[in-house]
Design a protein around this ligand. Sequence first.
Ligand code: FAD
Length: 682
Amino acid sequence: MAFDPLDVAVLCCLVASVVLYSKKDKIISFLRGSEALDPLIGVSSNGSKDLLEIIEANKKDFLILYGSQTGTAEDYCKKFAKELHSRFKELHILCGDFDNFDFEDPNTLGNLVGKVKCLVIFMSTYGEGELPDPCANFDDYLNNVLESDELKNLPIMIFGLGNSTYEFFNGAAMKLKEKLVDEAGAKLIGQIGAADDSIGNTEEEYVSWKDAAFELIEQEFNLKGGENLLFEPMYEYINYNGADTKVFKGELNKNYLSAEKDKKHIGPFDQSYPFLAEVSESKELCNPVSGRNCVHVEFDISSSNIKYETGDHLGVIPQNAQEHVSNFLQTLNLNADEVFDLHLKDPTSTLPFPVPTNIETAVTNYLEITGPVSRQTISQIVQFIPESEESIRQRLVEISSSAETFHKEIIEAHLNFADCLQYVSSTFNWGQYIPWTFLLETIPSLKPRFYSISSSNLYDNNKIHITAMVEVTDADKLVGGVTTNLLNEINKGSNSKSLPLHYNLSGPRGLYKAESYKLPIFVRKSTFKLPDNADTPVIMIGPGTGVAPFRGFVRDRLVENSDSEMILFYGSRNIDDHLYKEEWESQYNGLSNLKVFNAYSRDPSMPKTYVQKLMLDQKDLIMNALKKGAFVYVCGDAGTMAKQVNDTLISIVSDKQEISVEDAHEMIKFMKLNGRYHEDVW
Ligand code: FAD
C-alpha cells in the first residue's frame, strides 16, 4: 500500500505528538530551565519514574502513595509514613505522590506483588467522585490497563478524604476498592478510612484509622512494634553560611530566586511554578454597613501564556500575616534570621520547602501556622518537656488525650498552634524545649487557596477575576483567613493601616512590587463548564461567592450572542452584600434570555428567603427548562446549601413529573453521572 505525502506528514505529526506527550515532564523541565528540577520534586528528581526500579534501587519494602488535590491527603500521608517509620524500624518505606510515577507499563502495580509487604493509599475525592488531577495517569491505568487478579493477595490499606455533602462521598477511595480489591484481587486490610470534611472530622478519623492500622500492620507482618514514638528528624539540619543570593526569601521556585524583577517567565505555570501576576484592579463589593468585605480582584495575565476557560479555578499562593508570624516566632522563641539548609537522610523523601532559607521566611511563606491546631501535634510535644516541668506535661496530656476536651478547650476557642501553647502557659519557655526541626516537619505546609474564576476568557481578554469573601472567624479579628485578608490588604492599599492583619506585600526581595502588587497564581482546570452547545438552557444556583463562575458564564454567552435560556438563583444576606448588584442590573439587562432571582436571608423588611425557596416558587420554569435539556450548576457553600438545593430539585422533579422521590433522586443522580448536573462547592 502506498502512502501519499499528506498521509506521511499526518503520521509523522501523530508519532511526534505521542513522543512529545510521553516526554512531557522532561520537556516542561527543559522549557523552564534545569534549575526547575529542585529537590522538592523528590523521587522523580533522579529522572526515573519507574516505581519498581525506585523500590529496588532503594531497597524499599513498604509502599505508601497519595493522591492529593489541595495537599491535605499529602500531609496526612506523610505524617502516617513518618509515624510508621518511628514505630516499626524494620520497615523500609517509600512514600510518594502517584504523580511521581509512570503508569504506562501494564504491570506497574502487578510488579509490586511479592516485592512490597503492603501498599497503603491516601486518596482524596474531587468533583463528582473523581480522583484528584495529579492522579490522571493512574486513573487511566485503573480504568484501562489493570487486569483482573493482577494484584492477587497484595495487602492494601486505604484512607479516603472526602466530603459527605457530595453525592459520591469518598468516591475515589471507593473506586480504589472496586478496581484494586474487587477486580484485581488485592487483599484489603482493615476498614477503609472515610474522613468527612463537611463535619470537620478528618483529624479524628485519621487518628482512629491510623491507630487501628498500626495494630493490623504489626499483626499481619509479624512486626515488633516499638512503643518509642520519639521524634526523629527526616532531614539533616545544617547552619548555612553560603552566598545570600542562594537563600530563598519566600520565592517558591528556583526560577524566581534572586531573579531580576523583569525576567521573562515562560511557564508552563502550575502550583510548583506559579505566575507572578499583577493585580491590575480590585474593588470592594459590599457596602460598609454590611460589616462584611468581599473583594473583586483582577489579575493581568497578558505577559504570560496562561490560557484558561470560564469556570476554571485560580490557585493563589498566600503568605502568612506578619501578626501571626511574630506571634509564632515569639511564642517559640525562634531566631527569625537563622539561615539553614536541610539535607535528605533518605533520598526517596522530599524536602518540605525550598532551602537554604531562614526561619522567618519558612514561617511566613511555607508553613500553615494558623487554622485549628492538631490534637496529635500537641500530644507529640509532651516528649520534649522535661519531667521537671511536670505541670506543663500534665496540662498537655490533659488537653490532648481526649478528643472532647480538646474540642471544647482548643478548637471551639479557635486557637492556632502558637495560641494553644500560650493557652497552656503564657510564661513557659516553649522555645527552649521544642526543636525547630520538629516544627518544620510537623506543621503542615502552607497551601494555595482556590477561587472559582469569575471572569470569562471570551469577554475579559487577558484578565482573570476572582471574587473572595474576606474570612473573619469570631469577634476576635486576629482569627482571620490567610489569603482573603491578604487580598483585602492589597485592595485597601494605603488605607490598610486600620486592618487587623498585615502582610509583606513587596514579597521576597521586592519581587511582588509592581505598579500595584503581584501574587503567585496558577490556573487549575475544572469540569464546571457551560454545555458545548450554546443553545442549551442552563439553571445556575450560586448564593454568596457561589455566583462567581456564573458571572463568567453570563459574560461568555454575551459574547456568543446566545439567546438560550439562563436562569440564575442568587442569595445574599441583604442588599448591602448583594454581589455585583449594579452589574446584574445594568450590564446584562439587555439579555432577555437571562432570568435572575434574588433571595435575601437577613432583610428586616421581608421574610428570610433562601435560594431553595425561590426554586420552589419557580418550579414550573425549572421543570420546563429541564425538559428542554437544561444543565444544572450549583456553586458555593458545601455545608448545607448544596445538599438542600439537590433535595429541592428532587422534590420539584418528583412533584412535576408525578414520580416517587426515589425515582426523582435516580434522575438527578443520572444527570450528575452524565455531566448535566455540576457542583462546585467548598
Ligand atoms: P483560611 O486561612 O484557609 O481559613 C479558613 C477559615 O478558618 C477562615 O474562616 C478563618 O477565619 C478560619 N480560621 C483561621 N484560624 C482558625 C482557627 N484557629 N480556628 C478556627 N478557624 C480558624 N472562596 C471565595 O470567597 N470565593 C470563591 O469563588 C471560592 N471558590 C472556591 C473554589 C474551590 C474549588 C474551592 C476549593 C474553594 C473556593 N473558595 C472560594 C474558598 C477559598 O478557597 C478559601 O477557602 C477561602 O477564601 C478562605 O481562605 P483563607 O486563606 O482566607 O482562609
